[in-house]
Ligand binder design. Structure first.
Ligand code: PLP
Length: 255
């Protein structure tokens, strides 16, 4: 790639400005401090060159959802940086990648190499696999910090969407707290498509409140996507995961 002004960079830049405006307005409307909700740009199915364009545009936090595409893309983007960093090291400038899709146990080891955090943890078996994987990655100096964990909550109990139901949330959280190579950071929610969106966001806020009262170090709430970020910020989201509104419609073939 790519001059700073190729057509795709311009397009991404325009959509990014619009989304950042929406996010800032939502944070302000909720009487929250500026910058209190992170924007995770969801780059799943889009090529590494798009991540490079977004870096050029100043974005630093990205969401990916599938191995092995994600690991390959991250490695490719970070490889350019290692070359550049010899000249101008700047720790604040390092991109971070979160895993937002479900993790199969056998993919845990590769996810632990590149992910800052996993947003979609919903079963004891996956907690075990990620703890072992993160411990190995720490041993091998493939990562410097414990792997962040957000527990995906199911608001309606639909097994298709994944997520742990509220009744099982605390015991799963205790398992993460006890794991040496993991750090419990909070909850993640995908609002069900059926029913009243406001009802689901009110439920989200309620479940998060109860959770925070017990696990006060794990105050993060990953909620809100292209279509519902305003409602999610009003419900207390600290991280919106936005794909389509920035990247455009996802291509059918992943890269
Ligand atoms: C794809 C995806 C998103 C982004 O959704 P958009 O509607 O494209 O913004 C957010 N969260 C998760 C878990 C996803 O898989």
């Amino acid at each position: 790639m790519t001059g700073s002004s190729d057509a795709r960079t311009v397009e991404l830049g325009d959509r990014l400005v619009a989304v950042r405006r929406r996010l800032d307005a939502a944070v302000e409307a909720a009487h929250r401090p500026p910058g209190s909700c992170e924007l995770l740009v969801v780059t799943k199915f889009f090529p590494a060159d798009d991540v490079r364009r977004l870096l050029q545009l100043g974005e630093r936090a990205f969401g990916e959802s599938r191995e092995p595409e994600a690991g390959r893309k991250v490695a490719s983007v970070l490889r350019d940086r290692v070359l550049r960093d010899r000249e101008s090291p700047d720790p604040d400038d390092v991109p971070v990648f979160d895993m937002i899709g479900s993790v199969q146990s056998k993919k845990a080891r590769s996810v632990a190499r590149w992910a800052r955090a996993v947003h979609s943890v919903d079963r004891p078996k996956v907690v075990d696999a990620l703890d072992r994987a993160a411990a190995a990655a720490l041993d091998e100096a493939e990562r410097a910090d414990p792997l962040g964990i957000l527990l995906q909550v199911s608001l309606d109990g639909d097994p298709q969407r994944g997520g742990v139901v509220e009744a099982d949330l605390a015991s799963l959280a205790e398992q993460v707290v006890a794991a040496h190579a993991l750090r419990l950071r909070g909850l993640m929610v995908i609002a069900p498509l059926h029913g009243d969106p406001e009802h689901w966001m009110a439920e989200t806020a309620r479940v998060h409140e109860v959770f925070r009262a017990r696990f006060d170090d794990a105050a993060e709430l990953s909620a809100g996507m292209s279509g519902d970020m305003e409602a999610a910020v009003a419900a207390g989201s600290t991280c919106v995961r936005v794909g389509t509104a920035i990247m455009g419609e996802r291509p059918l073939v992943s890269q």
